[in-house]
Design a protein around this ligand. Structure first.
Ligand code: ZN
Length: 118
């Protein structure tokens, strides 16, 4: 399971850099395939400026999803009230990498990658 954990760590490191400086993300190689097609988009849920974050590669369609974070000022975002159709027009149905679940009983690797549907 260490391979999945490394992938998660690589994506999270990329997310951390993207959260700090959102315009830098499209110059970063994808942790999975190396393509410079990574996008980071936030979905603003309220005027308080937080919401879920999607980080994915447009080439291999893998990435991570964080259910709630604060949104940097210059980040690409969907406005509060965006419909599911509007969200789907921007964020594809990519394969979400989850952190290694080795601490949770019963999960033996097949649970590490799931498809996330908005
Ligand atoms: Zn990729």
């Amino acid at each position: 399971m260490s391979r999945e954990a490394a992938d998660w760590d690589a994506w999270m490191a990329l997310y951390a850099r993207g959260h700090e400086n959102p315009p830098s993300v499209d110059q970063e190689p994808c942790p999975n395939c190396g393509a410079r097609a990574v996008r980071l988009v936030f979905v603003e849920k309220s005027v308080t400026g937080d919401g879920p974050a999607s980080l994915w590669c447009g080439s291999c369609l893998q990435g991570i999803y964080l259910s709630r974070t604060w949104i940097p000022d210059n980040a690409e975002r969907l406005a509060p009230g965006a419909t599911p159709e509007e969200v789907r027009a921007v964020i594809p149905n990519y394969t979400v990498i989850w952190p290694d679940a080795e601490d949770e009983a019963g999960n033996e690797g097949d649970e590490d990658i799931e498809s996330h549907t908005f």
